[in-house]
Design a protein around this ligand. Structure first.
Ligand SMILES: [Fe+2]
Ligand SMILES: [Fe+2]
Length: 254
């Protein structure tokens, strides 16, 4: 069996140092074959379509994000480190966010701009595409940032991007949970599962209380084991769970 850990959504410079330290210790306590990062590395407020002139700049975000990636990569001690892009990261090089003439100078995919990424294998673009938009380990493990935020988003994405007996792990909603099975209807389960890696971002009241959708936000990571297979099997060849660091309620009561 091989092991993987999935972490997501630190939104640097809004990553929570306590949550990052928790991840670092978890990595040091065990050996992982894969460390998969599922996006929203940056908050990228500067590339947001909303007015935000007074928020932190990209330079600060890149500094913080680089430190974050380096910390977890070093703690993983030789795991294959995989970077999957999120919507906030994508905004930096998307059309009509930053002006075209300066885009390459600030694009984090440019090694001169953000060298730490050279230590990570590029897993998937932020694109709703079964090939380019998903990082896969064999036919039963899929990793992408996620597009939707509704209650059915996980199931929907497992159907769109997964195969039979597969687990589709996303981030994006910040509401972490372990594997849940997709149901066609109340009595017909399907051979697809989905899980969410939560967030590593701060859970301040002001960031979380505005929308009902944020009620289940938590900091954590998905941890799993799998049998390395190349061709499809007629049963699950993986196990996974959500390791919770803290919920938003825990965070606010500190
Ligand atoms: Fe996010
Ligand atoms: Fe996102």
């Amino acid at each position: 069996m091989q092991k993987f850990m999935v972490i997501s959504d630190p939104h640097a410079p809004l990553q929570d140092p306590k949550a990052v330290e928790w991840v670092r210790k978890m990595l040091l306590a065990d050996r992982y074959d894969y460390l998969i990062f599922t996006g929203d590395l940056f908050e990228a407020a500067s590339a947001s379509k909303f007015n935000n002139e007074n928020i932190h700049d990209l330079e600060e975000e890149y500094e913080q994000a680089s430190k974050f990636l380096k910390t977890v990569r070093e703690a993983s001690r030789g795991a294959k480190c995989v970077f999957v892009e999120g919507n906030h990261d994508f905004n930096i090089h998307a059309q009509n966010r930053l002006s075209k003439g300066v885009r390459s100078l600030v694009d984090y995919r440019n090694p001169r701009v953000f060298p730490e990424l050279q230590n990570w294998r590029w897993g998937a673009d932020y694109i709703a595409d079964r090939n380019k938009g998903v990082f896969r380990i064999g036919p039963q493990l899929n990793f992408l940032h996620g597009y939707k935020t509704g209650v059915t988003s996980g199931a929907h994405q497992a159907l769109l991007f997964g195969h039979e007996y597969s687990l589709t792990v996303t981030g994006h909603t910040h509401a972490g949970h372990g594997p849940e099975q997709v149901y066609f209807n109340k009595s017909i389960p399907m051979n697809r599962w989905y899980a969410n890696a939560g967030t590593l971002k701060v859970l301040y009241e002001e960031w979380c209380s505005k929308h009902l959708a944020t009620m289940n936000w938590s900091q954590g990571a998905i941890i799993g084991e799998f049998m390395p297979i190349k061709s499809q099997r007629l049963s699950r060849t993986w196990e996974a769970r959500y390791e919770l660091f803290q919920t938003r309620e825990d965070y606010l009561s500190q």
